[in-house]
Design a protein around this ligand. Structure first.
Ligand code: S3P
Length: 430
C-alpha cells in the first residue's frame, strides 16, 4: 500500500490517545502466561507484533481471551507451557523472539522459531550464546546466530553475564532464564536499557536486586497473576511530539503516555533544544509513570548532540529525531548508536537514503549520523523498507515538506501503530 501525506500549513490540533506501549504489551502477555492465575490486561496494543506474541503463547498451550485492548491470560506457571505442535512465527517482532528464547530455554521441550526476512537478518547470538552457556541447546542458521532457530530447553544453571550491548531484549531474556535457573543470575549492560521487565517482575511479586546497570534474580520464584494497565507508547507519541513541535500553529494533547525515565529521552531532547511541552496529570501504575503531554509548535530550536547513555532511552525515536534535526538551523549529531544498524532495517542507512530523497543533508558515520539542518524538504516518493518507524518518520517529514510525499509500503505502521494515519488525519483536519 502507498500513502500520500500532504504538507500541513494550518497546524496540528486536537487530542488523541496513542495506542498501548509495545514493549509493555508483549511483556504483559508473557508474564501472564508464566504466572499462576488469571492476569487481566487493559490498554493492550493489538498491533501485528504484539498479536504474534499472543499467537506464540497460544501455541504453547496458554489460554488467552482477546477482545481488542482487553486481554485475559490464564497462567499456570512456567510448568503450564507445553511443547508446541507448530513452528512459532514471530513475524517482524524481535522482542517476541528474544524474550521467548529466554522463557523457553528452561522448558524441557523442543521449539522451532521463525520470523520474516527482517528477523532472519537480525543478530540472535547476543541472546543464544549466554542461554547456551546456561544449558539450553539452540541451533540455527550460521551456527545458531540467525533465525530460524531450533531450541531444546533444559534445567538451567545461573549465569553472570556482562552484555556488550545495552539491550532490554538481551537483559529480559536472561532474567526469564534466570527465573528458571538454580542459583542467582546477574546481567549487566554498558548503559541502563528500558526497565519494563524489572518493573513487571516487581509487580508480579518477584524479588530482584538492581544496582546501576546490574540486575540480579534468584531462580525458583513463583509469579502471581496481576491486573496490568498498559500506558500509551511514548515511541508512538514521539511522531506527534515532533510533528506538533515543527508544524506552525500546532497544539496537541497526547493522553496517557508512558514516561518511564528509561524511555523518555525524546522528551529530554525536546526540552533541551527549546521544545514546548508540559506533562500533566501524572500517575504511577505498576511501576510505570504516565501522564498527558501537551505540546505545541516551537519556533526557536537549537541543534542537538546525542550519545552514550542517552541512546538507549530514545533508540526507537532516532528516525523521527533525524527528521526534526533537518529543520533546525545548525548541525545535529547522533553517535554511539551503532545498534540502529540491527533494528527492523539498518536505520542509519534507510533514514539517510529516504530523507535524502526529500532534500535532507545527512552524513553517515560509523555509529550514527551528522545532520546539517535548516533544509526546506521537498516532496517525492519514499520507501518504508517495511520498517514501521521509518514509515511514520517519513509521514512527519511530509507535513513540513513543500509538496506531497508518497510513502511506499506504508502498511508497515501496523507493526506498532495501526491507527497512525487515522490519528494524523484527525489532528490535521481543521
Ligand atoms: C525493546 C527493546 C529495544 C527496542 C525495541 C523494543 C524491548 O531493543 O529497540 O523496539 O521491548 O525490549 P533492544 O533490546 O535490541 O535494544
Amino acid at each position: 500500500m502507498n500513502q500520500t501525506v500532504y504538507p500541513n500549513c494550518h497546524g496540528l490540533r486536537g487530542a488523541i490517545t496513542v495506542p498501548g506501549d509495545k514493549s509493555i504489551s508483549h511483556r504483559a502477555v508473557m508474564f501472564g502466561a508464566i504466572a499462576e492465575g488469571v492476569t487481566t490486561i487493559e490498554g493492550f496494543l493489538p498491533s501485528e507484533d504484539c498479536l504474534r506474541t499472543v499467537a506464540c503463547f497460544r501455541a504453547l498451550g496458554v489460554e488467552i481471551v482477546e477482545d481488542g485492548c482487553h486481554l485475559r491470560v490464564v497462567g499456570k506457571g512456567f510448568a503450564g507451557l507445553t511443547e508446541p505442535m507448530e513452528v512459532l512465527d514471530v513475524g517482524n517482532s524481535g522482542t517476541t523472539l528474544r524474550l521467548l528464547l529466554g522463557i523457553l530455554a528452561g522448558r524441557p521441550f523442543h521449539a522451532t522459531l521463525v520470523g520474516d526476512a527482517s528477523i532472519a537478518r537480525r543478530p540472535m547470538a547476543r541472546v543464544t550464546r549466554p542461554l547456551k552457556e546456561m544449558g539450553a541447546t539452540i541451533d540455527g542458521r550460521k551456527d545458531g546466530q540467525y533465525a530460524p532457530l531450533a531450541l531444546r530447553g533444559r534445567q538451567l544453571t545461573a549465569h553472570t553475564y556482562a552484555s556488550p550491548v545495552a539491550s532490554a531484549q538481551v537483559k529480559s531474556a536472561l532474567l526469564f532464564a534466570g527465573l528458571q535457573a538454580e542459583g542467582t543470575t546477574t546481567v549487566s549492560e554498558p548503559y541502563v536499557s528500558r526497565d519494563h521487565t524489572e518493573q513487571m517482575l516487581n509487580a508480579f511479586g518477584v524479588e530482584l536486586q538492581r544496582n546501576d546497570s546490574h540486575v540480579s534474580i534468584s531462580g525458583g520464584q513463583a509469579l502471581q497473576a496481576q491486573s496490568i494497565n498498559v500506558p500509551g507508547d511514548i515511541s508512538s507519541a514521539a511522531f506527534f511530539l515532533v510533528a506538533a513541535t515543527l508544524v506552525p500553529n500546532s497544539e496537541v494533547i497526547l493522553n496517557n503516555v508512558g514516561v518511564n525515565p528509561t524511555r523518555a529521552g525524546v522528551l529530554n531532547v525536546l526540552k533541551e533544544i527549546g521544545g514546548e511541552w508540559t506533562l500533566k496529570d501524572e500517575q504511577l501504575l505498576g511501576g510505570e509513570p504516565r501522564g498527558n503531554i501537551h505540546v505545541r509548535h516551537a519556533a526557536q530550536l537549537k541543534p542537538f548532540h546525542i550519545s552514550g547513555e542517552q541512546i538507549p532511552t530514545l533508540i526507537d525515536e532516532i528516525p523521527v529525531l533525524a527528521v526534526l534535526a533537518t529543520q533546525i538551523e545548525g548541525t545535529s549529531v547522533i553517535c554511539d548508536a551503532a545498534e540502529l544498524k540491527v533494528k527492523e532495517t539498518n536505520r542509519i542507512a534507510t533514514v539517510i537514503s529516504e530523507l535524502t530523497k526529500l532534500g535532507a543533508r545527512i552524513e553517515e558515520t560509523e555509529d550514527g549520523m551528522i545532520i546539517y539542518g535548516g533544509t526546506r524538504l521537498h516532496g517525492g516518493i519514499v520507501q518504508s523498507h517495511g520498517d514501521h518507524r521509518l514509515a511514520m518518520a517519513l509521514a512527519v517529514a511530509a507535513l513540513i515538506a513543500k509538496e506531497e510525499v508518497m510513502i511506499e509500503d506504508s502498511e508497515a505502521v501496523d507493526v506498532s501503530y495501526p491507527s497512525f494515519f487515522t490519528h494524523l488525519s484527525r489532528l490535521s483536519s481543521r
